[in-house]
Design a protein around this ligand. Structure first.
Ligand code: SF4
Length: 90
């Protein structure tokens, strides 16, 4: 049975995350048969890419220089966030 991603989260309010809700939906769909989830062939189901509780990561081909630049930017953002948090605690 195909499911819509936006409906799944509402259907499983006990789930702590969207991925967990999707996994619970897949368990419901297959009558709790993990092997059936693993071997699901319904590639048109919107949940298919997420059925194994695996986050889909879109890898990008970026240069080492660009990666270093992004890393520095993330460190800078983390430092600013920590500073704001410290400021709020005063
Ligand atoms: S991905 Fe497969 S097992 Fe999961 S809900 Fe869709 S059809 Fe069912």
């Amino acid at each position: 049975m195909k499911a819509k991603v936006k409906d799944v989260r509402d259907s499983f309010p006990v789930a702590k995350s969207a991925l967990e809700a999707i996994h619970l939906k897949c368990r419901d769909c297959t009558c709790d048969q993990q092997e059936q989830i693993d071997s699901c062939t319904v590639k048109k189901c919107p949940l298919y890419p997420f059925r194994a509780k695996v986050r889909v990561v879109h890898r990008r081909n970026i240069s080492d220089a660009e990666r270093a630049k992004r890393s520095e930017r993330m460190k800078d953002m983390a430092a600013r966030k920590a500073a704001l948090k410290a400021q709020a605690m005063l």
